[in-house]
Ligand binder design. Sequence first.
Ligand SMILES: Nc1ncnc2c1ncn2[C@@H]1O[C@H](COP(=O)(O)OP(=O)(O)OP(=O)(O)O)[C@@H](O)[C@H]1O
Length: 230
Amino acid sequence: MLLDIRELSGGYKDIEIVNEVSLTLDEGETLALLGRNGTGKTTLLRMIMGLADRSRGTISIDGVPLPPRSPAALSRAGVTFLPDTRGVFPRLTVDENLRLARMNAYRRCSLDVFSYFPDLALRSHQFAGTLSGGLQQQVAIARALMTGSRLIIIDELTQGLQPSIVELLVDVLVAVSAQQGIALLLVDQNPQLAMSICRRVIVLDHGRPAISGNSSVLSADPRLTDLLIV
Ligand SMILES: Nc1ncnc2c1ncn2[C@@H]1O[C@H](COP(=O)(O)OP(=O)(O)OP(=O)(O)O)[C@@H](O)[C@H]1O
């Protein structure tokens, strides 16, 4: 099992935000994490990455339990986290951002990322910080692909992006997951969009798993609306 989370609880110091979450992801599997604002989705992603505090439970990669607060162990295992701030290096060019990712790669990447994101090729000498949000997200995903990631965890994939860019990101993620066997764990404000990319879904309510299952089944479940309505 690539990622195995068992009864995970925690948050920030002694403030418990996430309660008793269990989930698994195998190579190439895709999982959407949904829930109302403030229900703990970002905190859970940060806990997985070792960037927030764990009070109980285990996180294992390839069957090996990770010590708390160990983000380096995750990147060594081929797990990449894209925060909602995108996480590009703003004062490096697009090309430098990508080269840096290749230098720190978990494994060699044979993908031509410009074939997925042709607009980046046109802007390879532009500073990443001067790009639009949509192009920065493309740089961030391209960097994750260049590092040979086995699992890409994305917080707020499409927030604030125009529809044509959203469509491109969806197409690329569906393709790399299916063709390259890259696993995805996604948070997005648009539940239907997240479920169109991910085969499975888990919905948090007040930091606890409320419902989970196949996206195709849960997308029509009336409980989903109740759990997402503000
Ligand atoms: N650094 C922090 N210290 C203490 N509490 C925090 C911290 N960051 C977030 N929180 C709190 O944790 C709770 C969950 O926030 P989180 O960002 O994980 O939710 P979310 O489901 O991702 O929501 P959103 O969709 O609005 O980003 C919120 O009540 C938030 O105020």
